[in-house]
Design a protein around this ligand. Sequence first.
Ligand code: G1P
Length: 290
Amino acid sequence: MSSIKPLRKAVFPVAGLGTRFLPATKSMPKEMLTVVDKPLIQYAVEEALEAGIEQIIFVTGRGKGALEDHFDISYELEATMKARGKSLALIENIRQTPGSPVYVRQQEPLGLGHAVWCAREIVGDEPFAVLLPDELMVGTPGFLAQMVEAYHRVGGNLIGALEVAPEETDKYGIITPGAVDGPLTEVLEVIEKPKQGTAKSNLMTPGRYILQPEVMKILDNPVKGAGGEIQLTDAMAQLIGKQPFHGYTFAGDRYDCGDKAGFIQANLALALAREDIGPSVRAFAQTLLS
Ligand code: G1P
């Protein structure tokens, strides 16, 4: 369908303070926490680039300078590595094209909806993706690439949709599902952090979105929602019924790295899957558990 506008831009809200990971995040952005040897933000950016995203937009804040340095050239490091005859492969692949990433600031922590709205001038009148780097998605192809493939068929708005345990539904945006067609689920409603016992399903939104620019117009008139914050979920819910709106269930693994246990699980799973360190980590884990 030629009326479906291509997806070129992705917004990464990275202004959060990371209080759940103190003291690790006192002077370091939580998005720089590493899973094995790569910071969380790099996994999310690579997922977006794999999906064909051309412009990376970070919504950042004070104390997040390490993120900017990470996606820039490090002259000292590169010169030293070259002089020592070492490969630059591990640091070259995340250099961006001149002018990207773009950094915009969220001055106050008013909520995810507000963070995304801070990118409105850069997003303009185009569909855009949002990726929450706390949520590490591992799959082939990646989560956003799978969503983009579906987006080219159905257009409109697509949000990740994954099942969680019923007792966890009050932590997430929860979808009221309609018709199911393979990985696609019609979204009838989406509610941010429904109170325990009130969720209409256990299908949560795990931080991957493809949204139409109209959501920015809705966020021009923000309303406080769950937790007294301006919620992206509330704004995008207003597009249901006006534009196509689907949930997409990822064929792959999800690690909630905003949670300490989830973060450790990600490290363990990805370390075990590595050819270089997997065998020794496995042997050690077995001695711990036996
Ligand atoms: C945010 C979103 C929520 C989503 C969750 C995924 O919540 O508001 O809809 O389900 O991310 O991790 P937060 O974790 O910022 O409270």
